[in-house]
Design a protein. Structure first.
Length: 187
């Protein structure tokens, strides 16, 4: 059956081709096909730039929020060698306690001038507390604004004051006499 149909078409082909479409129709079809195949590079680059800009802005915002949560505004300044000075309350507390310790030491100087052993022991205790203080300051730089480290620094100052006050209360009534045996403080 296919053979008869093919033979009929080949024999009568000219009678089928009597109607030709308008050439303008073919031009419109070709223009539509070409415009759909054209790739718009500008649109792609604009979209990629917008995506990149959004990604960069979100990354920077995330990084700033992380640093603010972990260490306050000072953590945004990336200067690792900088000394930690601006922790709220710590600067004032250090100034206060340093002033009190210096006052107590000034009161003790004339009293312990006659007791070199007591002065030596006091200097040893203060140097031990100073070394602990320096370790705490290093910890404070590493773990910025950690409340436990700040409290330990303040407790270190309080311990110094307690030692000085104890010495003052025990030695001041004796006057110029030197205590032969000192009890010593353990840190």
């Amino acid at each position: 059956m296919d053979d008869r149909f093919e033979k009929f078409i080949t024999d009568n082909r000219e009678s089928f081709d009597f109607r030709e479409p308008d050439p303008l129709i073919w031009k419109k079809i070709q223009a539509d096909v070409r415009s759909k195949q054209k790739f718009n590079w500008q649109l792609l680059l604009k979209r990629a730039a917008v995506v990149l800009l959004i990604f960069a802005a979100s990354f920077v915002t995330n990084e700033m929020m992380h640093r603010l949560r972990s260490g306050g505004f000072h953590a945004l300044k990336t200067n690792p060698g900088k000394k930690v000075n601006n922790i709220p309350g710590l600067t004032e507390a250090e100034a206060y306690y340093t002033n009190v310790v210096n006052q107590k030491l000034d009161e003790l100087k004339p009293i312990i001038a006659n007791c070199p052993a007591l002065e030596e022991e006091l200097n040893y205790d203060m140097s031990e507390l100073d070394s602990v203080y320096l370790e705490l300051k290093t910890d404070l730089k590493d773990n910025m604004a950690n409340q436990e480290v700040i409290e330990a620094i303040i407790e270190n100052y309080r311990l110094k004051i307690t030692i000085l006050e104890d010495i003052l209360t025990e030695i001041a009534p004796l006057g110029d006499e030197c205590i032969s045996k000192t009890d010593g403080y353990a840190i």
